[in-house]
Design a protein around this ligand. Structure first.
Ligand code: ZN
Length: 266
């Protein structure tokens, strides 16, 4: 198999090599790129983009490859188009899977790479492992006029607190809808109704799949879970706080709601 031509996703831990022009991902024949001789025996095709292969090559350290710069995954979101960012996320999740599935969870023997799908197989006991994907929900709650937004502990910068939608991981045995109701009740104390699924987004931090919902406030007083949140408040559309960055599904939901609400008032 010719592994040498395509889009080159050079990764190192949680970093990606980006170049300053075009799609920001090196493209072409490896021999024509200004990279020093690299061991490409671990190079791997993992997707296609614009009709050409996407090739992932994980390096042991962020070497100077004679072009571009190393950037952490979150920072690259501001630079890359959403479709290229999704590919970077996919490359990262594949790398994480291979790194964390070297031995069998049942018998402890070494796992072997399956060559026709992304999986690791134990030849000793037959166990097969697939990449871990953690479903999670995010829900934007409104009372028709205002949005309920939370400042999470992980977004707690004192001088620049970010407010966003309520989110949480699906627990074993739960439906997505049950998770939405539980997370909202646990984190804010309120009840919601008229749950409406919108869309989903893979989120490589480290391996989530976010299912996004809109919901309406039903009843109850705000009662914040202080272990998870610093603050929850209702916000009028013209008095919004600092919002999560562009590229996040939370930001997209808030803008979608604003667009719908403001256009329905005209
Ligand atoms: Zn085994």
């Amino acid at each position: 198999m010719d592994k040498q031509f395509g889009w080159w996703f050079f990764t190192c831990e949680r970093q990606i090599l980006v170049i300053p022009h075009g799609e920001h991902i090196p493209y072409g024949d490896l021999d024509d790129l200004p990279v020093p001789s690299l061991d490409t025996s671990k190079a791997e095709r993992f997707a296609h983009y614009k009709g050409e292969a996407c090739i992932r090559l994980e390096l042991a350290e962020p070497l100077d490859l004679g072009m571009g710069e190393w950037m952490d995954l979150r920072s690259s979101m501001a630079l890359l188009s959403p479709s290229v960012f999704d590919l970077v996320g996919k490359a990262q999740q594949f790398a994480l899977f291979l790194k964390t599935h070297r031995f069998c969870g049942c018998c402890g023997e070494s796992l072997q790479r399956v060559d026709w799908e992304l999986a690791m197989q134990c030849e000793h006991c037959g166990f097969r492992a697939y990449p871990r994907i953690s479903p999670s929900i995010i829900v934007l709650i409104s009372d028709g006029k205002r949005l309920l937004l939370a400042n999470h502990r992980r977004h707690q910068q004192k001088d620049w607190p970010i407010y966003t939608a309520i989110a949480g991981f699906v627990e074993a045995g739960e439906t997505l809808e049950q998770t939405v109701h539980r997370e909202v009740r646990e984190e804010t104390g309120v009840k919601i109704k008229n749950l409406r699924y919108w869309k989903s987004q893979p989120w490589a931090f480290p391996h989530s799949l976010m299912a996004a919902y809109f919901a309406e406030y039903d009843s109850g007083e705000l009662n914040i879970d202080r272990r998870e949140l610093c603050d929850v408040q209702w916000f009028e559309p013209d008095k919004l706080p600092n919002l999560p960055p562009h590229g996040t599904i939370a930001r997209e939901m808030i803008e979608h709601w604003l667009h719908q609400t403001c256009s329905s008032q005209h």
